[in-house]
Design a protein. Structure first.
Lengths: 559, 185
């Protein structure tokens, strides 16, 4: 084997790429894992993970310098002085907002698996069948049964904790024991159950934080500092989980600073023969060859690589023969819900910093519930006692203020809705004709927005939250809507959807590009619809399934 | 010819690399009209902020804000996290406090007792809650920075709150008695 030839190349080392690397190396393939940014070593490079509060220079506040350097990142909670290096450098890698779009990118080994919210839910048949039943976009080429065994497979390895709820439309998983609800959440769950019977469920968030030790990983220690990297390996990330497994096979080569400019496409065999990269540090160009290629560069970056590939044959790139490459941008719309105070629990408290909250799965347009919009939404939230940061104005300076803020404050509970966005053909990304990034690669133009269906849904998302909290006995219930623009959900999806027909989809039911069967796209780009659940677990399952298929096909000499 | 006292002080300040902040006050003689200019906080200014912090969160059975070097913390936060107009409001407000304290209390802030300072600041806070209170902003800023700096300091988090770096477990529903301290983040 020549120096630059491998059995498989995986582009991207986040949630999906890590899984592709693990599965393919464990099945005996020699794999090159390309990551566009720098390496981040497990534990050794978690430089801020064990800082005490007093060692955090600005104690969590944003500096004017951070705000200037991160004009997009600052639009949401994620801007944090302790992990700034783990978000893409915005001036090196700009993008164009034809319509407002907030793109949160993690450009380093591990990608956003280091930073993610870790909520992990299966999609169910209500999700896979929705497009077909409602005549929206195109049908998914797979059903829940196709993915179910792969969900089990990835859940067990990733260490997802949560409860088995038997809730009709949210399939249960192969889960580690759940983290518990606190006293207020428990009572809220009971009262919601009482009022709505089995139709609405308040349960603990299923989360990729282990509650039992796993090989090489210690269970969650309840520090709730996951986004700084966990020195215990308490949560699933590429570094804690898939990368060590892939490395252990001896079959993996990891190459950081490798920005893929395009795939090398061979017209005669109708396959990609390799990739061309530019080294992010030296600007040197290299080529690597492989029998199969997995694009796991995050939804829009995987699609942009396709757009830059084989443009001599298809001006808009590999996969564009469908007319759907770059179309059907989706996300989850959110930032609205309700909160209220809980009275009568002043003699109760909790110990430890739990890294998950409650989850309320979708209940709208389920069974005989029919709304004036399609699909639905779920909620995430939590009950807690406030701390010193409540900083009550009424209490006098001096010992009274000091003593008052030293005690936990009142209980409150808030829930935020995450809603499904339909796949609209006209919601697009495309390559800019004028603007290039630091490495001379055309940047993306985002042109996507929510429409009437989502706007109607948002009314329910807010009002249902208040109704449930009130029914659960909370006081002073107030709704909120902080506004939403595309991308803020950090669940960007679509642009290279799966389908049953090469004329209307970019990928087939095994995540193969119709026009290059040895190219697989298994990240968020492949999604045919968005569902309302957090999507990363689905990317894991989809990737493991596609990797298994790819190796079978290689064995059969079909690739 | 010997240089006069004014020039001597000026030279001294320049020699020490210090900004001229406070120098005018020294130059005007025995009753300094101390003013903070721009973001040049002298050691005296930081000592002043330490005492403001201590008046907001005083020493009780645990150390107060001064022990956490709250003055230095406030200056760093104002420089690094405040927008220009907030910075201006902060220094204007401090200069107001310097003047107003003396005018209303008949002595310098730094010569007063902690109780006198606390009582004065509470008066200002009460007034600040009226919309006409021109110095509402600085009172809020001082409270915010003192509370933030204190409760995230080692003293605040470990002596005035209960800090567990690695809780190791989650207990969802434990008994709480008034007076029990909160867990630090």
């Amino acid at each position: 084997m020549a120096d630059n030839s491998y059995d498989a190349i995986v582009v991207g080392s986040g949630v999906s790429g890590g899984w592709a690397a693990k599965e393919l190396t464990e099945k005996g393939l020699k794999v090159l894992l390309l990551e566009r940014g720098p390496d981040v070593k497990h534990v050794a490079d978690y430089k801020t993970a064990t800082l005490a509060p007093w060692e955090v220079p600005h104690r969590g506040r944003r500096t004017t310098e951070m705000l200037e350097n991160h004009p997009n990142l600052k639009r949401d909670y994620v801007l944090n002085e302790l992990n700034l290096d783990w978000w893409a450098h915005e001036s090196d890698s700009p993008y164009i907002e034809k319509k407002p779009f907030t793109w949160f990118r993690g450009y380093q080994v591990g990608g956003r698996s280091l930073l993610w919210g870790r909520q992990s839910y299966r999609l169910g048949d209500i999700d896979f069948e929705a497009n077909l039943k409602e005549g929206i976009a195109i049908d998914w080429p797979i059903r829940y049964k196709d993915l179910a065994p792969w969900y089990s497979y990835v859940e067990k390895f990733a260490g997802i904790s949560g409860s088995r709820d038997g809730y009709e439309i949210l399939p249960d998983g192969d889960l580690q024991p759940p983290m518990p609800l606190n006293c207020v959440e428990k009572d809220v769950a009971a009262r919601v159950k009482e009022k709505w019977g089995g139709k609405r469920l308040v349960t603990i968030g299923r989360v990729a934080n282990a509650t039992q030790d796993l090989p090489g990983r210690t269970k969650c220690q309840y520090r709730n500092k996951c986004s700084l990297g966990c020195p215990f390996g308490g949560y699933f990330s590429t570094q804690s989980s898939t990368l060590p497994a892939a490395m252990a096979t001896g079959n993996l080569t990891l190459r950081p600073w490798s920005i893929v400019t395009r795939l090398i496409y061979d017209k005669d065999s109708q396959k990609a023969t390799g990739v061309e990269i530019v080294d992010g540090e030296t600007n040197q160009t290299y080529e690597f060859n492989a029998k199969i290629i997995f694009l796991c560069a995050s939804a829009f970056n995987s699609t942009s690589i396709l757009m830059r590939t084989a443009t001599d044959i298809w001006p808009e790139g590999l996969g564009s023969s469908s007319g759907e490459l770059g179309h059907n941008v989706m996300d989850h719309h959110f930032r609205l819900g309700a909160n209220g105070t809980a009275e009568g629990y002043e003699d109760k408290y909790y110990f430890g910093r739990r890294p998950t909250g409650v989850y309320i799965p979708r209940f709208r347009n389920v069974g005989d519930d029919k709304r004036d919009y399609l699909r639905g939404f779920g909620y995430q939230g939590a009950a807690s006692r406030s701390g010193w940061s409540r900083n009550v104005a009424e209490i006098n300076f001096g010992a009274p203020l000091k003593e008052a803020l030293s005690e936990p404050g009142p209980w409150s509970m808030g829930i935020t809705a995450f809603g499904e966005i339909l796949p609209y053909h006209e919601n697009t990304i495309k390559l800019s004709k004028d603007v290039k990034d630091k490495w001379g690669i055309a940047v993306l133009e985002m042109d996507a927005e929510i429409k009437e269906n989502e706007k109607k849904m948002r009314v329910d998302m807010m009002n249902d939250a208040a109704e449930m909290l009130e029914a659960a006995g909370l006081k002073n219930v107030k709704t909120f809507d902080a506004g939403y623009t595309m991308g803020q959900g950090i669940h960007e999806m679509g642009t290279a959807r799966m389908g049953r027909d090469p004329k209307t989809s970019v990928l087939n039911g095994n995540n193969q590009v119709w026009d290059a069967k040895n190219v697989f796209v298994t990240d968020g780009a492949c999604m045919t619809s968005a569902a309302a659940q957090n999507p990363s677990l689905t990317y894991m399952a989809m990737t493991a399934r596609a990797a298994n298929f790819a190796v079978e096909e290689l064995k059969k000499r079909n690739l | 010819m010997a240089i006069n006292r004014r020039d001597a002080i000026k030279s001294f300040v320049i020699m020490m690399g210090g900004a001229m902040v406070g120098a005018n006050a020294i130059l005007t003689g025995c009753k300094p009209e101390h003013q903070i200019i721009g973001l040049e906080f002298s050691p005296d200014d930081i000592a002043f902020l330490d005492e403001i912090g201590e008046a907001i969160i005083p020493t009780t059975d645990t150390p107060g804000a001064k022990a956490t070097k709250i003055g230095e913390f406030m200056v760093m936060m104002v420089k690094d996290t405040y927008a220009a107009e907030q910075q201006q409001a902060f220094t204007d407000g401090l200069n107001f406090i310097i003047k107003d304290f003396k005018a209303s209390q008949g002595k310098d802030f730094m010569e007063a007792t902690v109780e006198e300072r606390t009582s004065y600041l509470n008066g200002l806070k009460a007034k600040a809650e009226n919309p006409e209170g021109k110095n509402a902003a600085v009172v809020k800023m001082l409270q915010d920075l003192t509370v933030l700096g204190y409760f995230t300091s080692e003293i605040g988090a470990t002596q005035q709150l209960r800090y567990y770096e690695v809780p190791g477990r989650y207990e969802p529903c434990i008994d709480y008695k008034p007076g029990d301290k909160a867990y630090a983040i």
